[in-house]
Design a protein. Structure first.
Length: 77
């Protein structure tokens, strides 16, 4: 399950784990004009952990999900 919210400066997507127990904490994705943040609560640390991706990194991740193992570099045509 997921939710989508449009806020003033970002689109926020929250992914909720619905699988079998043990379930993972929600993942919150904030899409800004210049970057995307991915945040998840870590119960071992008792704090949120956040990763920030540039738009280029996000583009590379999108491409990587459809490619076989290897080393790649995306180029603009």
């Amino acid at each position: 399950m997921f939710t989508i919210e449009h806020e003033f400066d970002a689109t926020v997507v929250t992914l909720v784990d619905e699988g079998k127990a043990p379930l993972k904490e929600d993942v919150v994705i904030n899409a800004f004009d210049d970057c995307v943040t991915v945040t998840q609560y870590d119960p071992r640390l008792d704090q949120d952990v956040q990763v920030t991706l540039s738009l280029a990194q996000l583009r590379d991740l999108e491409a990587a999900l459809d490619l076989p193992e290897g080393i790649y570099q995306l180029r603009k045509d």
